[in-house]
Design a protein around this ligand. Structure first.
Ligand code: PAF
Length: 283
């Protein structure tokens, strides 16, 4: 596997590949790779001639700088995992390489980027759009792979792709879970073994809630999910929203859309660590 750290070297390498008619898969990551990322990389390797995995802890999407400071950095282990998965190129640039000047671009795709994570982490999706648009411009990929764990992120990026006219396919990939049901996340390494156990209740309750929808309204399911999770010691719901799967606008009835998803963020443990997950009710 090649490790590239400059934009010019990346462009040159990918221009050569494109001239030979090769397809390019891009897997954007912030490092601290786990089995969830590995599944995206393997999928890209199976569908493209070249797979580029970017490893860049993007400062502009962290509205909370202590969250950025806490984020695990594991470049050596990341490269070893990518090699195993058959990635062609790891693109690991410095912050100065990506942002020689502050990025002042503003992106706005409401309601996808103004609700839930967008409301609780102001500026987060603007930072995501800044880095992802740059990565798309640098790599000009045939396909780009994103984990459905960050369900809202995919909705925002789809809007950006339409808005800016990128000629590429967004490939959403299913959440990879631990045996307990806990969604794989780089943040899980910050949880103690006991906290991981506790955190597995999030998906348990979400899964159970699918059975309640036949007898309960959207508002009743919403409240019951929040109450059941908040009743567990060590967990506190920040928000739970039941939304249309594309626009992310809240629904008030199960008949409002053919694509309905519940999106949750929960604080876990004493630090506390912020965990996100979702469940599909319809679609
Ligand atoms: O999902 C992530 O890890 C990040 O938001 C992304 C897409 C790599 C942009 O920094």
């Amino acid at each position: 596997m090649e490790v590239i750290s400059t934009i010019s070297a990346l462009r040159q390498r990918l221009d050569e590949a494109r001239n030979q008619g090769q397809t390019i898969g891009l897997v954007p990551t912030m490092g601290a790779l786990h089995e969830g990322h590995a599944s995206l990389v393997r999928r890209s390797v199976s569908e493209n001639d070249i797979t580029v995995v970017s490893i860049f802890l993007n400062p502009t999407q962290f509205n909370d700088k202590t969250d950025l400071a806490k984020y695990p950095r594991t470049l050596e282990a990341d490269c070893a995992l990518l090699e195993q998965c058959g990635a062609t190129i790891a693109f690991a640039p410095s912050v100065e390489e990506i942002y020689p000047e502050p990025d002042t671009r503003q992106f706005s795709y409401p309601p996808t980027d103004s609700v839930m994570e967008g409301a609780f982490r102001p500026g987060h999706f603007n930072g995501v759009c800044q880095i992802v648009s740059k990565l798309f411009q640098m790599t000009n990929p045939t396909r780009a792979y994103f984990g459905e764990k960050d369900f809202q992120q995919i909705a925002v990026i789809r809007r950006m792709v339409d808005d800016l006219g990128f000629q590429l396919q967004i490939v959403p990939c299913p959440v990879i879970r631990e045996e307990s049901g806990l969604a794989r996340s780089s943040r899980n390494t910050l949880l103690t073994a006991e906290e991981r156990n506790i955190a597995s209740n999030i998906y348990r309750v979400l899964k159970e809630s699918r059975q309640w929808m036949t007898e309960a309204s959207v508002a009743e399911v919403h409240d019951r999910v929040c109450n059941e999770i908040n009743a567990i010691d060590g967990l506190e719901v920040q928000y739970y929203s039941i939304v249309d799967g594309r626009s992310l606008a809240e629904v008030s009835s199960w008949d409002d859309s053919s694509d309905i998803v519940g999106c949750i963020t929960v604080y876990c443990g004493s630090q506390p660590i912020r965990l996100i997950d979702h469940i599909r009710y319809k679609g």
